[in-house]
Design a protein around this ligand. Sequence first.
Ligand code: HEC
Length: 191
Amino acid sequence: MRNLIWMVLACMAPWAMAQSYFGPGETKAVQGSGAKFADALLNMSADQLQCSLHQNRLPADATPSFLAAQKASIQYPKGDKFMGDWQKGGAIFNNLQKANCFSCHFGSPANLGGDVGPSLEKYGLQRGQSEAVQRYTYEVIYNAWSYFPCTVMYRFGVQGLLTPEEIADVVAYLLNPASDFNTKPALGGKR
Ligand code: HEC
């Protein structure tokens, strides 16, 4: 049945695909709920639609192509310089109105962290600073769906919330051993 749905969906224009996620009654209700709200739900991107249809749990056979498409969306900082200025990165990480990372992740020395995502306490001391770790951290922040399909973590690069250079600053905040993130105790932590 799922395969049949996918075959039908694949033949339709993207707007028609998103429309078909809702029944006629639901579509009408969404349309009457404000233009922005309706636009977000009725004009979902193809990847968001895929996550929604599978309730954020992609089937195994759909995952490799999904991950590859997400990876292809990533733009890298000039000269692949993944680590920027950790102090600027801290200001971004700890700003509720900017990246708001601390609301989901524990580990900041400046703000009590949340537990929606995994703890990042002393991230740079735990993972080291190898090229692979820098690249991974950058890619997760730019587009978390390239590793964790459909996760709630914002896709900072894809959604235009942070520039590649700003992401590199945040990477430095997490990884640089001299960063406050690694030298000062996490607020509410024991180390
Ligand atoms: C809305 C909550 C939310 C926000 C905001 C958020 N994250 Fe995440 N993050 C998550 C979740 C959840 C995961 C785990 C992914 C999964 O398993 O689905 C994650 C995973 C990660 C990982 C991978 C951790 C590992 O162990 O490898 C890193 C690094 C990370 N986030 C950094 C950040 C940074 C930096 C920011 C801010 C720029 C941020 N996150 C903002 C929820 C969030």
